[in-house]
Design a protein around this ligand. Structure first.
Ligand code: F6P
Length: 343
């Protein structure tokens, strides 16, 4: 078969590991031929491809990013975008397309599959907010990076008796924040799923500091929002998928905390550090399992499906189901984090 691949949306540690596994099993088991679309859906719209084989992926297992490049180009934004993508596949004689991405990339994959194209999806995002899979690769790496950062911030916070605000990624869901908050022993963790009351946060900090612990760590997901009317968070720039560019709640929150408590407060915005660099062993294994399952799905002609992790097994789910709703933080897990707030 002639199989094409693309990586779309924000990059993520483990993308190369997925493609390495797809190519390795496809080439060695079935004699498949591979091409890659450059920069996600942009490469499909423009028909820009590169040849791929086992040799392309030598040495890439521990490498972050994606050898194919990525973009947030959204073909569904234009009237004939999906039809253009379908034409490209036909013109290039592509028998199957494996789309590796998050909610946006897979949303387009779903539309393309609905239009009759032979598409299989692989879930990817450090945010871990895709439904139908218990985990996405990249998440474990991001949590590890955020936890290490929090560990380091504890010692400098304690030395200076400061509050440290740590802003982590998580646009609509606070999975990274909650996991890193629990793992790093945060004083408070704020997530997009639950609007926060800055007065309650400050009261918890005061309580903690009055108990003699003169340092605190507040983890805030970039998409967290205060309750109406407490303070303003600026958000204006929007990308091709209509997402507001976030990153800034940490600074605003730190100013509010310092003004309301009088405690010296500093901010660390982890940003894209969470997405760069080498994947953890866990993410390499998950990505490899997803890749092997994806090329199996191609050969079984399971079009319009996505590989997913459920109860420890790799399964196939419908793309439509996967992109229907976002997976948000389990309230029970947030309650576990809450046990450690203040104190
Ligand atoms: O990969 C998803 C994500 O990490 C979000 O959490 C974040 O809002 C977004 O990407 C930022 O991506 P970029 O700045 O690359 O557009």
């Amino acid at each position: 078969m002639r199989v094409a691949m693309l990586t779309g949306g924000g990059d993520c540690p483990g993308l190369n590991a997925v493609m390495r596994a797809i190519v390795r099993k496809g080439e060695r088991r079935w004699g498949d031929e591979f091409i890659g679309f450059v920069d996600g859906w942009r490469g499909v719209l423009d028909g820009e491809t590169v040849p791929l084989d086992v040799g392309t992926f030598r040495g890439t297992l521990p490498r972050g990013g994606t050898v194919l490049g990525s973009s947030r180009t959204n073909p569904a934004k234009t009237d004939d975008g999906i039809a253009t993508c379908a034409d490209t596949l036909e013109r290039l004689g592509v028998d199957a397309l494996v789309a590796i991405g998050g909610e946006d990339t897979l949303g387009v994959a779903n539309e393309l599959a609905a239009a009759g194209a032979p598409v299989v999806g692989v879930p990817k995002t450090i945010d871990n907010d895709l439904s139908a899979t218990e985990l996405t690769f990249g998440f474990d790496t991001a949590v590890q990076i955020a936890t290490e950062a929090i560990d380091r911030l504890h010692t400098t916070a304690e030395s200076h008796h400061r509050v440290m605000v740590v802003e982590v990624m998580g646009r609509h869901a606070g999975h990274i924040a909650v996991w890193a908050g629990i793992a790093g022993g945060a004083t408070y963790t704020l997530i997009p799923e639950e609007r926060f009351d800055v007065d309650a946060v400050c009261a918890a900090l005061v309580q903690r500091h009055e108990m003699g612990r003169y340092a605190s760590i507040v983890v805030v997901a970039e998409g967290a929002q205060p309750v109406e009317g407490s303070f303003h968070v600026a958000r204006d720039e929007v990308d091709a998928f209509g997402h507001v560019r976030l990153g800034g709640i940490g600074n605003t929150l730190a100013n509010e905390i310092e003004a309301r408590t009088g405690y010296e407060t500093r901010v660390t915005i982890l940003g894209h550090v969470q997405r760069g660099g080498t994947p953890t062993a866990f993410d390499r294994v998950l990505a490899t399992r997803f890749g092997v399952a994806a090329i199996d799905a191609v050969h079984d002609q399971r079009w319009g499906t996505m590989v997913a992790l459920q109860a420890g097994e790799i399964v196939s789910v419908s793309l439509a189901e996967a992109v229907g709703t976002l997976k948000t933080v389990d309230p029970d897990l947030y309650d576990v984090a809450r046990v450690f707030f203040a104190g």
